[in-house]
Design a protein around this ligand. Structure first.
Ligand code: PLP
Length: 387
């Protein structure tokens, strides 16, 4: 049996000479932070996502926090979030003193279930954060009807979904505000980084202040303007993204369309090959969406071969396949133990999901190797027992 020399990671950045050059140019320029390269990156991401305003920050988590502050979430407010997500989607509500209320997901897609959202609305609900899980847009039309009916703000956690679209409408235009992450495993990277895009100029201005200590001007505005004065109009943080990082982001963004095609092609190959592997199924794709394929998530049905997710994880790792799990549902985490048992679909699928390698450097041969390795684990050659 072939064992790979190196682990094939589930996600990985792609950096080339043009990225290095772009960063070096900024390092040799006057502005390392709050400079023109930040403005340029904001304009480029806004254009790419069809949004009017972009506010660059130093992580996807900061982007979500900025969004929560801009809409005025505070103590006593509830924000509905999906059970199947990274914990930052819920933490950003708590940063503001609000309460995240966890809703269940659809079994076929792991996207937030609009019917469960509806059930969890109270007089304290202020907003819904839906996650475009794995790169697939959430059911935004249904969520929009619910939001309009109850006067709620719709926030997209689009950290998986830069480049995705629904009915031709890009992620970035489907919610009132959309947060992106530029962590190295995401579609494009700035090392760490994030951005909020929105059509609302007041929110954009509020987020610009929030990322900069609540100040009315930043360093460049004071340097280039004739006045030193500034005011602090509210609470804020240092969430600034540097020009160095934005140079990398702009350079990466140029290659994103090609990378989305690569991810799409690899996902098709997985789908084709996995059709012949009973008990290992890909999630469903909603009609008319462009999937951004951040994650290739499969479900493992232990009743078919007697091999569960944990044994599959262990078996694949022993063969050099960097399988992973996204995510432990929020209601299974100690922090949210008071909500344990309230999201049965996420909790049950949380035991069965596995993420397989998918990024722009994965080859079709490697996809075949991953699927062959899955077959080997299922046939018992490499099973090492459940964890
Ligand atoms: C769905 C989701 N939301 C938020 C985040 C937070 O992004 P960052 O790591 O850039 O803070 C991530 C990153 O892993 C994510 O996957």
């Amino acid at each position: 049996m072939m064992v790979a020399d190196e682990m094939i990671p589930y996600g990985r950045q792609s950096i080339d000479e043009s990225d290095v050059q772009a960063v070096v140019e900024v390092l040799q320029s006057d502005w390392l932070t709050t400079g023109p390269t930040v403005d340029a990156f904001e304009r480029e991401v806004s254009r790419f996502t069809g949004a009017e305003h972009g506010v660059a920050v130093n992580s996807g988590t900061a982007a979500l926090h900025c969004a929560m502050n801009a809409i005025g979430v505070g103590p006593g407010d509830e924000v509905i979030v999906p059970a199947m997500t990274f914990v930052a989607t819920a933490n950003c509500v708590s940063y503001q003193g609000g309460t995240p209320v966890i809703a269940d997901v659809r079994p076929e897609t792991l996207l937030i279930d609009p019917e469960d959202v509806r059930r969890r609305i109270t007089s304290s609900t202020r907003a819904i954060i839906a996650v475009d899980y794995a790169g697939q847009p959430a059911e935004w039309d249904e969520l929009r009807s619910i939001a309009d009916e109850h006067q709620l703000t719709l926030v997209a956690d689009g950290c998986h979904a830069l480049g995705a679209a629904d009915g031709g409408r890009p992620v970035g235009t489907l919610a009132d505000m959309t947060a992106f992450s530029f962590h190295p495993v995401k579609h494009i990277t700035t090392g760490e980084g994030g951005m909020v895009v929105t059509g609302n100029p007041e929110w954009a201005e509020s987020m610009r202040r929030f990322r900069n200590h609540g100040m009315t001007t930043d360093g460049r505005q004071r340097e280039e303007g004739s006045a030193w004065q500034y005011d602090v109009t509210g609470m804020g943080w240092n969430y600034r993204l540097t020009d160095i990082q934005c140079a990398l982001g702009s350079s990466q963004l140029k290659r994103l369309p090609g990378w989305l095609d690569v991810r799409d092609r690899l996902a098709c190959r997985y789908s084709h090959l996995l059709r012949d592997v009973p008990g290992v199924d890909m999630l469903q794709i909603r009609p008319d969406v462009r999937h951004a394929w951040h994650l290739l998530v499969v479900t493992i049905d232990k009743t078919v071969h007697g091999v569960g997710r944990n044994a599959m994880f262990k078996g694949l790792r022993s063969l050099g396949i960097g399988a992973n799990v996204h995510y432990r549902p929020l209601t299974c985490l100690t922090r949210f133990s008071s909500a344990a048992g309230q999201c049965p679909i996420a909790e049950s699928l949380g035991e069965r999901i596995l993420t397989l390698p998918l990024h722009q450097q994965v080859t079709e041969v490697q996809v075949e190797h991953v699927v062959d390795s899955i077959r080997n684990v299922l046939s018992g050659t490499t099973v090492q027992g459940e964890l």
